[in-house]
Design a protein around this ligand. Structure first.
Ligand code: 3HC
Length: 724
């Protein structure tokens, strides 16, 4: 267990170096604040101390305020455990002190960590240190003066951008902006900081209290305009979240009434937001995401991940080229195999387009793009497979083809090589049936576009070895994905969980609800696309294939809607040919197409499920629930069958794989905020009127009747069906 502590050393030059330590990221836990206050008070008192250097231990300044404290507040509702750091420590003890303090920043200074540094009188950083205020991503605002000091150091526009995006900058940019006073190598960090502190004390360098400087804020009308524009933008990009507008209000308060008044308002709003449901949800997602790295019997049995230097990707289609892109971007050598040179060239071209796209969006430098592309080699046979550490097969969903490939790669690859399939539906036991290497066969299910979407579903069978899972998790982390380990079943965790999403939407349309209204309500709820626009984007082939697959495994709860086939019959293929539920034209937003309405009518006539032949009457809230509660119901089955290690893994998977709004905490977390009982009773009612699709699962019924949250651990998966 890590111990949070603060130490102080005073040397002959009269500089007190105060070092705080709380591995692994020096999070500012409550004892750190206590320790800082004590050491600063001592340093101010001692006559042998002329100046202070504040630093974090082990090559990191700080990852910010201890987020566990937020969790504690969420559990207990007790806001009094939040310390008054902002005025008590930062203003009174550090910034307004009679001795200067210099922050020596290595590694990172985020959130409260950066705010601590902003309260110092100068900041020295190592190259490439990350500096940012990501509090909004946790549903709060900076609470230790960041909303006031950052604009005063870097200017209002940049500060607003940094806070609203939560994205950090590097120390080099910080230096240009005036946030950092000097960038020096790690070996010189303390030496330069000590001298800087002495120079301030000796008035050879400026003694700057950043809360009081004004010159970078611009005129009041300029500030008003900038904040007004940011508000308009936030209303669109951050709807349903209070922290963005709250942050802008607090910044504005300081611009109008001065930094100190701003700090007081900031502290008040910060506390209010810590208690908000949005913060509760986002903090949950933060810890849930980290929990996915802990997989029982894989990460806790002393195994060491093996290095993966070279990966073979089979298939240069959309998925294969996306996967290869993600790998080469992280400096992993890739051989891309195709069956002929035409397909191979097409695959390589797609990868080049992916990489150039990142350059044009300024996400990648030209140099790094060239470096990434130099890690790629196209091949037409298996000769390059003799020294690969991992193969990812990404060909079409065809069982005999996959089986053939797996028996070939078993022979072509070294015995340690992991044999992974990117299948999204096919049982991995069947994929590997013709090999004797079941222990190294695993699913590596990426989400399209694979170089962009952050989730990697790692699917294990009963036979997959812990080492293979660990190695794939490590590759996933290296290529900046969040790996979630799941069990083997139809659709695995994410696709299976969200199959009822589009089914529910189709039932509603056939019951008489408007297609476009459904999409609008779902996007208002927070998903980026409604179910019908999503179907347009994915292509109707996917919809038809998944319905076929799922209906054969889950016939009791598959609804057959003829709508997609009718659309295809009418020459509509979704975004592919510019005509789906919506019309797609270059350069303009998708427009609902009224010509779809007669096709919808035809579908309704064929299914004939409207009670009394009339459209049903439902509220907007019910429409959302009739689509999302069946998803919750399926999540319950997934939990019951032990497909995921813990409920929060499904939250992460739903947020990162299906873009379920993170500020609602993920599918299970959200269901618990709604209440298992309400979900159960609603489903039960609908199942009586509209049929089996809505029938509550046994797991849901049990949890609802016993008042147990859906997220509570599953003691024993029912009927010995655990897949993990
Ligand atoms: C008053 C203030 O304004 C309020 C605040 O400061 S709110 C906090 C603001 N800070 C942040 O949002 C930063 C959150 N942390 C991060 O983004 C990332 O953890 C990081 C960039 C610091 C490090 O990333 P990475 O190296 O990938 O390590 P990561 O796995 O995320 O974290 C390592 C461990 O540190 C923990 N950790 C990271 N930051 C933490 C924090 N601020 N508080 C508590 N624990 C933290 C993680 O939970 C994880 O714990 P685990 O090993 O038990 O799972």
């Amino acid at each position: 267990m890590a111990v949070a502590r603060v130490t102080m050393e005073v040397e002959n030059d009269g500089v007190a170096v105060i070092t705080f330590s709380n591995p692994p990221v020096n999070a500012l836990a409550l004892p750190i604040f206590e320790g800082l206050k004590q050491k600063f008070t001592e340093a101010m008192r001692r006559i042998d101390v002329k100046a202070i250097v504040l630093t974090g231990k082990d090559g990191k300044f700080s990852g910010g305020f201890d987020i566990n404290v937020f969790e504690m507040v969420h559990k207990t509702g007790d806001l009094s455990i939040l310390p008054d750091v902002s005025v008590d420590l930062l203003v009174n003890v550090i910034e307004d002190a009679k001795k200067p303090t210099v922050a020596a920043i290595a590694g990172l200074a985020l959130g409260g960590g950066l705010e601590l540094a902003l309260g110092c009188h100068a900041r020295i950083a190592v190259p490439k240190a990350q500096l940012g205020l990501p509090e909004l991503s946790l549903g709060v605002i900076p609470g230790s003066g960041g909303t006031q000091r950052l604009p005063r150091l870097v200017g209002l526009s940049k500060a607003v951008e940094m806070m609203l995006s939560s994205r950090p900058i590097m120390s080099e940019e910080g230096k240009e902006l005036g946030l950092i006073d000097a960038v020096v190598p790690l070996e010189e960090l303390l030496k330069v900081s000590r001298q800087w502190a002495l120079d301030i004390a000796g008035r050879r360098k400026p003694w700057i209290r950043s809360l009081h400087i004004m010159d970078k804020l611009g005129s009041l009308p300029e500030a008003h305009d900038l904040i007004k524009m940011a508000r308009q933008q936030a209303k669109q990009t951050a709807k349903n979240m209070p922290q963005h507008l709250a942050c802008l209000d607090v910044i504005e308060e300081g611009v109008i009434h001065g930094g100190y008044i701003g700090v007081l308002k900031e502290a008040k709003v910060f506390k209010e937001l810590v208690a908000s449901v949005t913060s509760k949800a986002l903090v949950h997602v933060f810890f849930a995401q980290r929990a996915t790295a802990k997989v029982p019997n894989v990460t806790d049995i002393g195994l060491k991940p093996r290095m993966t230097k070279k990966v073979a990707v089979i298939g240069g289609g959309l998925m294969g080229s996306g996967i290869a892109t993600a790998l080469i971007l992280s400096n992993i050598y890739v051989v891309l195999k195709e069956i002929n040179s035409e397909y191979l060239l097409r695959g390589i071209k797609t990868i080049e387009v992916n990489i150039r796209g990142l350059v044009s969006r300024k996400r990648l430098t030209q140099d790094n793009a060239e470096k990434a592309l130099s890690m790629l080699k196209g091949v037409l046979d298996y000769s390059e497979f003799k020294d690969v550490d991992l193969v990812i097969e990404a060909v079409i969903e065809d069982v005999p083809l996959k089986q053939k490939i797996f028996s070939e790669i078993e022979k072509a690859c070294p015995p340690h090589c992991i044999l992974a399939s990117n299948t999204s539906t096919i049982d991995l036991n069947i994929v590997g049936e013709k090999t004797r290497s079941q222990d190294r066969i695993v699913g590596a299910h990426f989400f399209s576009p694979a170089h962009v979407m952050p989730l990697l579903e790692i699917v294990r069978t009963e036979k997959t070895s812990p080492q293979a899972i660990l190695d794939l998790m490590t590759v996933g982390k290296t290529i900046k994905k969040v790996p979630v380990v799941v069990g083997n079943c139809t659709g695995f965790a994410v696709n299976r969980n969200f199959f009822p999403y589009s089914q529910g939407a189709h039932i509603l349309v056939n019951l008489g609800v408007d297609v476009f209204k459904i999409d609008r309500l779902i996007t208002d709820f927070g998903l980026p696309l409604g179910p019908f626009q999503l179907q347009d984007l994915a292509g109707y082939g996917v919809a038809v294939a998944t319905t076929k697959e799922f209906s054969s495994y889950f016939p009791d709860r598959t609804f057959y809607s003829p709508l997609v086939e009718l659309l295809m019959k009418n020459g509509r293929n979704g975004k592919n040919n510019g005509k789906g539920y919506y019309i797609y034209e270059k350069g303009s937003k998708p427009k609902p197409d009224p010509l779809v309405l007669p096709i919808v009518e035809e579908s309704r006539r064929l299914t004939n499920i409207m009670p009394g032949g009339k459209p049903i009457t439902v509220t907007d809230q019910e429409i959302i629930e009739m689509i999302l509660f069946p998803v919750v119901n399926e999540a319950c089955r997934v939990l019951d069958e032990g497909i995921v290690v813990r409920a929060s893994d499904l939250d992460v998977a739903s947020v990162l794989g299906m873009s379920f709004p993170s500020y609602r905490g993920g599918i299970v977390f959200w269901a618990d905020t709604v209440g298992a009982n309400h979900v159960y009773r609603s489903l039960k009612k609908w199942s009586q009127v509209y049929g089996n699709f809505y029938k509550p699962s046994q797991f849901l019924e049990e949890r609802a009747s016993r008042g147990i949250p859906l997220s509570a651990p599953v003691s024993t998966p029912s009927a010995s069906r655990s897949r993990m």
